[in-house]
Design a protein around this ligand. Structure first.
Ligand code: NAD
Ligand code: TYD
Length: 352
């Protein structure tokens, strides 16, 4: 079996659902269920004995030791993190605790477990660290896309905490020989994406008739990948990635934010037309994010060359599926828009 951390979040839950659709290998899913964790994402697995959910914190060493001893996983796939840049600006401590201390705790627990394994199991064990392209910092127009050897230049508390975790993972391989792989992926989008991030926020706000808050001039560029393509890339790296290597994952889909917002409005105009006219009328420019990275772009040639991985979705197919998913899952949206979420919206957008 495999141990997944953060498997009730956006990418983790898509990964668990995809894993069990492709394999019969059981999953232990360790997740603290912060505001971003949602067991509804996994409701289709109710009664499926291949999935066991454990509510707990990755900084709890005794808990992690106990899970490893009891279930003896052949791999750990580590998603659990605080993941939202704006929240990291308002409150960086949680990012240091989970992303840095939590990854450290997992590495130490994994090392103790792995060292005591018999030789054959030891050779097959993997620690797969899921990370982000944001560790590389910001590109200027015309700069080549991030390769795996691009220097680390994190600019936000979030990306700095992820960079720190990547360095720990690297060091545990070089110093202790822990069999690790790391993946650095571009911005994901798709089902179960918490509506604090750009794409789901714009869809949910538009449907509610609320302003669509575009930070700064809206010309910041992100490189978008449909979430199930990220999950298939992780499966490929876990199965065939070279030990100690990092693999960049991306879909060659660089888009300025304002173009994303216009695309979402156009899809909603088609799929859920509004009596007052186009959703574009809701676009509102607001104060920029402090330290806002201008451009991310992933060079995904290494994973394609070595592992034959390619995304299955284009941006056009993925964004249409995503908008349709949110239209079909109004109950999921209502569920996550809890009191705590409303407080966040007040805090982040009231002053802009
Ligand atoms: P998310 O915020 O949606 O989910 C994070 C999950 O981790 C939640 O279920 C939460 O409950 C859990 N969690 C948080 N702190 C925990 C702790 N201390 N112990 C146990 N569980 C905890 O995040 P996501 O977007 O699904 O991202 C998952 C991973 O992928 C993160 O490591 C992130 O850095 C990375 N990543 C995300 C993106 C993206 O576009 N979202 C892109 C590249 C990489
Ligand atoms: P986000 O989804 O938070 O991802 P990240 O910051 O990790 O790339 O934001 C994506 C882009 O959208 C980023 O340039 C910030 C911008 N953005 C807005 O313009 N308005 C918003 O309300 C949000 C949440 C993001």
């Amino acid at each position: 079996m495999i141990l997944v951390t953060g498997g009730a979040g956006f990418i983790g839950s898509n990964f668990v659902l995809g894993w069990l659709a492709h394999h019969d290998e059981p999953v232990i899913n360790l997740d603290a269920l912060t505001y971003a964790g949602n067991l509804r994402n996994l409701s289709s697995l109710q009664g499926d004995t291949r999935h066991r959910f454990v509510r707990g914190d990755i900084t709890d060493r005794a808990l992690v030791d106990g899970l490893l001893a009891e279930h003896r996983p052949r791999a750990i796939v580590h998603f659990a993190a605080e993941s939202h840049v704006d929240r990291s600006i308002h409150g960086p401590l949680a990012f240091i605790k989970t992303n840095v201390d939590g990854t450290y705790t997992l590495l130490e627990a994994a090392r103790a477990f792995w060292q005591a394994l018999p030789a054959d199991e030891k050779a097959g064990f993997r620690f797969h660290h899921v990370s982000t392209d944001e560790v590389y910092g910001s590109l200027r127009p015309g700069d080549p896309a991030f390769t795996e050897s691009h220097p680390y230049e994190p600019n936000s508390p979030y990306s700095a905490s992820k960079a720190a975790s990547d360095h720990l993972v690297r060091a545990w391989h070089h110093t202790y020989g822990l069999p690790v792989v790391t993946t650095n992926c571009s911005n994901n989008y798709g089902p179960y994406h918490f509506p604090e991030k750009l794409i789901p926020l714009m869809i949910v706000n538009a449907l509610a008739g609320k302003p669509l808050p575009v930070y700064g001039d809206g010309q910041q560029i992100r490189d978008w990948l449909y979430v199930t393509d990220h999950c298939s890339a992780i499966r490929a790296v876990l199965a065939r990635g070279r030990l100690g290597e990092t693999y960049n994952i991306g879909g060659w889909n660089e888009k300025p934010n304002i173009e994303i917002v216009h695309t979402i409005c156009a899809l909603l105009d088609e799929l859920r037309p509004h009596a007052e006219g186009s959703y574009q009328r809701l676009v509102t420019y607001v104060a920029d994010r402090p330290g806002h990275d201008r451009r991310y772009a992933i060079d995904a040639r290494k994973i394609e060359r070595e592992l034959g991985w390619r995304p299955a979705e284009t941006f056009e197919t993925g964004i249409r599926k995503t908008v349709q998913w949110y239209l079909d899952h109004a109950d999921w949206v209502a569920d996550v828009q809890s009191g705590g979420y409303r407080e966040w919206v007040d805090r982040n957008y009231a002053q802009r």
